[in-house]
Design a protein around this ligand. Sequence first.
Ligand code: HPA
Length: 278
Amino acid sequence: MQNFISLEQIDSVAQTIRKQISIQPIVGIILGSGLNGLADSVQNAVYIPYGDLPNFPVSTVHGHAGRFVIGELEGKPVFVMQGRIHYYEGYTMGQVTLPVRVMQRLGIPSMIVTNAAGGVHPDFEPGDVMLITDQLNLMGMSGLNPLMGPNLDEIGPRFPDMSQPYDRAYCDLARKVAKESGLTLREGIYAGLSGPSFESPADLRFLRLAGADAVGMSTVPEVIIARHGDMRVLGLSGVSNKANLDGSTITTHEEVIEAGKVITPKVEKIIRGVLRGL
Ligand code: HPA
């Protein structure tokens, strides 16, 4: 049985954080596997380990630090999640998306979400960065929508629109930043699966037929929750490996972390440029 998160639980986390910070963040940033390094460049940072927060899930995955870093990037007040919580760790969808609810209760209007993903588009190579223009909610289609359970009417409607999960103006801004920085920015649709097993060749051929360009184990639930509360979202996938549609190579978590080293500086450039443009 799902354990749904109440507004009181969300607010107790938000209030604990509020007491420790003196700025009003304008953007929440979620860092994906292997991309945690970005949080180290936050200035005037306040660090809040997840373990210090009431009823807060702690990330168990190697490559995920597990704390909020609140401070400034490019002079803009940011609320960075260094290490995310994944459904495959055994948490409920409510726990996985609690950080986004906390952002909403802290009055943060925008979110930048990043992830490591397998490149399903045949042209994508490890190290590429993909602007997420839309998403396939495969978890939700099989009954794992994070909005199931009592609706939090104070935050958003029972049946929220999902016609623009990724903000078009933010997409344009990211394209402009990439162009100005001389970075190749791929674009496409991110398919969210629960993991933790990587996909079989048949899974991958199915995903490609369904229109996916990248596949990963996160992001989609967080974006649904963000849009429920009307946050504007920018999404970036770092392509850590080529999805192998014919089963001739294997995929490992080590490869994902290793590719993060190439991807992090590119993602950082785009995020910094976007922050400057906000
Ligand atoms: N599949 C799913 N999730 C991933 C992958 C992948 O190939 N690479 C990084 N995260």
